[in-house]
Ligand binder design. Structure first.
Ligand code: ZN
Length: 152
């Protein structure tokens, strides 16, 4: 048992205790260069509450599709929990240019090849998530240094 003396007040801050419905469950890379873009995207989409799954590589782990991995299973469980607890309206998947999880831009011969790889992985991730969470619309985005691109 934790006594009062073991927990010292550090930050005074009022957090709303109401439960919420999530406008989206967002799987985003934790690369901080793209956090500003996420905030801008959220503003444009008028997101009130989101469940943010911010992990290295963003949706990369979901692109493995039917091949089981600890990363894939963790990510899909996070998404399903969001849907179950917060009646999540949309699932947003993201990959980005120069992602360290892919070895960065230097791992690709040119910018087009790099973008094509992300597009292929986004398609695979989207298909997998759709299969696993069929009740919720799934969207996929590629984040570049000049903005966010929607996967057709
Ligand atoms: Zn990344």
């Amino acid at each position: 048992m934790i006594s009062e003396t073991e927990m010292k007040p550090l930050v005074k801050f009022r957090t709303a205790s109401d439960h919420y419905a999530a406008d989206a469950c967002v799987v985003w890379c934790y690369d901080d260069r793209f956090y500003g873009l996420l905030k801008e995207f959220g503003k444009k989409q008028k997101f009130g509450n989101i469940d943010l799954v911010k992990v290295a590589g963003g949706a990369k782990g979901l692109a493995q599709g039917t091949t089981p991995s600890a990363e894939r299973d963790f990510l899909i469980a996070q998404i399903k929990t969001s849907v179950r607890l917060h009646h999540t309206k949309r699932i947003v998947l993201m990959l980005h240019r120069d992602c360290g999880a892919y070895g960065g831009t230097k791992a690709f011969p040119d910018a087009i090849t790099e973008k094509e790889r992300y597009a292929a992985d986004l398609r695979a991730a989207k298909e997998y998530v759709r299969r696993e969470a069929p009740a919720v619309p799934v969207e996929a985005y590629f984040a570049d240094f000049d903005g966010l691109y929607s996967l057709e």
